[in-house]
Design a protein around this ligand. Structure first.
Ligand code: C5P
Length: 285
């Protein structure tokens, strides 16, 4: 038996634009994603000689073949032609679910990276990312990590210059958002404001944190904020504490602020903790 370990990093969408609805029901996107230091710990035993198992320290996470980490191991076994000889997966969860932070996708991506390492890098990073696309739209980015422009369903990746060091404050309100329902809602609305992805790329290239933060924009943010006024409360606290830019990530409901320093992040976190229990101060990785 061999035990493998990996951190599964959370993601945020610095920008998210929806270009069109496709014939397959998915939407073509242009989104710049960034991994954060907030992570789950994923461990796998391979060649256990026993039935497959999955353990997670959070009760609401499925511990069977519905879990994306399990699906990733199954897919890897099928595509590599290697017999993993019984797999036991253990996940220590820190990334909140229903947050738009790629919680399940990052666990799946960590499993793919670990198994690929175990098999002597059978697949290139891009081949592995492609394989991940069969599990979910965010898995390819989670395989690659860092800062990327993601197009198509999210599977066409182009690496961008790394985001400069900074403090990112994340607050996840209690409510969750159904991703398919949110896509259906936005199909019926006119998108009034879109992110300027070219300007964001320039800002990343120039390592200009103030311009990066000013440029964050997610077309889903106004749609969710309209129905959930908590979003505007969180936005106000972050702004009052000096955030350089702030918005919802992915299909929500986590909200992040790019903070000028650790002290202002702590000040905002302290205020938000009076109302919200799921708060993280992290860094881009
Ligand atoms: O691929 P994933 O399982 O993350 O997608 C969840 C849902 O989000 C899809 O069933 C679809 O309704 C919507 N989606 C979409 N276009 C994308 C990504 C997701 O419509 N590019």
């Amino acid at each position: 038996m061999t035990t493998l370990y990996e951190s599964a990093y959370a993601k945020i969408n610095l920008t998210l634009d929806i270009l069109c609805k496709r014939e397959d029901g998915f939407h073509d996107l242009e989104t710049i994603m960034q991994t954060l230091s907030l992570c789950d710990d994923v461990e796998i035993d391979v060649q256990t000689g026993k039935e497959w198992t999955l353990w997670c320290d959070k009760e609401d996470v499925p511990c069977d073949s519905r879990n994306l980490a399990w699906k990733a191991a199954e897919l890897f076994e099928q595509h590599s032609g290697r017999n993993l000889g019984g797999v036991a997966i253990r996940i220590k969860k820190r990334i909140p679910s229903q947050a738009g932070m790629g919680g399940g996708s990052s666990d799946a991506a960590a499993v793919l990276r670990m198994l690929n390492r175990y098999c002597g890098h059978l697949f290139s990073e891009m081949e592995l990312a492609d394989l991940g696309g069969r599990i979910g739209s965010d898995v390819p980015f989670c395989v690659a990590g860092g800062t990327c422009m993601c197009e198509g369903r999210g599977e066409r990746l182009r690496r961008l210059p790394a985001m400069p060091e900074c403090t990112i404050l994340v607050c996840k309100p209690e409510f969750g958002v159904s991703t398919p329902a949110l896509y259906r809602t936005i199909d019926e609305k006119e998108i009034l404001r879109r992110p300027d992805n070219a300007a964001m790329e320039q800002a990343l290239k120039a390592k200009d944190l103030a311009s990066i933060a000013r440029g964050v924009w997610n077309v889903f943010d106004p749609v969710v904020s309209e129905v959930h006024p908590e979003m505007n409360e969180i936005r106000d606290v972050m702004q009052q504490c000096g955030a350089l830019g702030q918005q919802m990530t992915g299909s929500g409901s986590a909200f992040f602020g790019v903070m000028p320093d650790a002290q202002s992040a702590e000040r905002a976190a302290e205020q938000l903790r009076r109302r919200y229990s799921c708060i993280f101060i992290c860094k881009p990785v």
